[in-house]
Design a protein around this ligand. Sequence first.
Ligand code: NPW
Ligand code: ADP
Ligand code: K
Length: 499
Amino acid sequence: MQKLLTAKQMRDADSFTIASKSIFSADLMEEASHAFVKIFTEEFPDRSLRVSVYCGTGNNGGDGLAISRLLMQAGYHDIKVMIARFSANSTDDFEINFRRLREFQNIRIQELRSAVECGAETSDLIIDALLGSGLNKPLSGEWEKLVTWLNSLHKTIVSVDIPTGLPAEEGAGSGHAILHARLAISFQRPKLSFLLPGSAPYLDRFRVADIGLDDDFIQNCEGPYYLLEENDIRERLIHRAAFSHKGTFGHAMLVAGAPETMGAALLTSRACLYAGAGLTSACIPATGLTALNASLPEVMAVVRSEQGLPTSVDWEKYQAIGIGPGLGTGPGSLSLLRVVLKNFHKPIVLDADALNLIAHNYELIQQVPEHSVLTPHMKEFDRLFGDHQDWWSRIETGIDRATTLGCTIVLKNRYTIIFTPQGMCLFNPTGTPAMATGGSGDALTGIITSFLAQGYEPHEAAFIGTYVHGAAGERVRGYVATPSQLIDELPLLMKELAD
Ligand SMILES: NC(=O)C1=CN([C@@H]2O[C@H](COP(=O)(O)OP(=O)(O)OC[C@H]3O[C@@H](n4cnc5c(N)ncnc54)[C@H](OP(=O)(O)O)[C@@H]3O)[C@@H](O)[C@H]2O)[C@@H](O)CC1
Ligand SMILES: Nc1ncnc2c1ncn2[C@@H]1O[C@H](COP(=O)(O)OP(=O)(O)O)[C@@H](O)[C@H]1O
Ligand SMILES: [K+]
């Protein structure tokens, strides 16, 4: 997994690399600019593009100047450089690159003392090298005017490192001017803010350019934030050994569904089965029995009575229980949840209505077995742990609650965040908006429960399950990835990842 750094830590990695490689900081800037240009030429190969590069006078602007020179050398011949001289300060590396750029005869450079001096903008594409990770306050004055004007042009904007005005960590505050970039080419690691929904209005997409910073230094930096990679899953997925049998892969039970929402029980059970549990049982209302037997003959039923309780369950035989999808929040469901929490002491997966029931009967949280996995979406998270103004405060709460409760919390979103009892905060990169359809979360509950039953450590079941769930959604390749389609992808995807 990749360590994600704050802007301050990234500066430290920058200084460390410069010292350990005995290079000049301008060399690192050159490296970063080469890495940017490599990706830029892949994305925009047309050399006849008219490009305007807007530069500040800090190191982000220095990058912009070096990038302008390298783009000229790469054959982009219509380049205009606009330098925002809104401050008397400039960095040494900016000045070095300013001198280097002026040696090019055919590059147009214009210096701006105020935003109104911009004039007409006739370029096809704008590169934003105004401000980068050095941002230390919201934009105001000329910066705000310039960014507001650039946004009003509705041109394709490619940001160097980060869109100007977007904070690198906490995400965007409302009411401040921030550049809206089509693409950000970020150095070495994505910024934490890119992974939070607050960046959505300002950033359509990002790519990461490797600029050669010291990887050991980065991985050993303090801090809880990591980005999951495919390798983390490949290393951990169990290879199914020749002499393994159904007993090897555990018995999972899904407590889900109600007469009107049997689909949730079917989806979560099917996901559990397809993710490899040795045996899968579904605790369902009697009215769902025909549907279960007809659609999932492999899954066994534990029928619930009219009052919502199953009769004589041998709890010991299950390695894992997942509870919540489509369960409802009526008195029967509450009794059922109480029965499960009273009788089952191994880690469980709590989702949807199980979480809503706990939110309304918060004393129940004390009975949740240690190392359990909670899978709330944003609203369920807030119901459980209180309202939050922004995602950054949700992250702080997630880290705190996961460690104090000794549970893993899976906060579902575009980049689902997995908080582990050890205090780690893992961002999952897989998934697609095609999965934004009812029942996707039910599939995730089934997958994580399946992994728990198969013997994975609970926090690993959570992050492997989340990764696999998103990757399966991507494989559907459709405008929409229905949960059923996603589940169908699981066996082949997992075989590829495990072998
Ligand atoms: N590993 C790395 O990190 C590498 C980084 N590299 C590049 O360096 C970039 C960071 O450069 P940077 O530190 O010089 O800051 P940058 O973003 O250019 O800002 C300039 C100055 O603007 C000011 N300022 C801040 N907020 C403001 C505001 N709201 N309104 C007005 N002014 C504001 C503030 O100055 P101050 O106000 O503190 O005097 C700040 O110092 C990074 O994004 C990447 O492109 C690569 O070259 C190599 C590897
Ligand atoms: N835009 C998106 N990008 C990536 N994943 C998404 C997106 N929208 C939804 N998902 C995933 O789909 C699932 C939705 O879960 P949830 O909100 O509980 O849905 P439901 O209750 O309908 O099952 C989550 O795992 C979430 O990460
Ligand atoms: K920028």
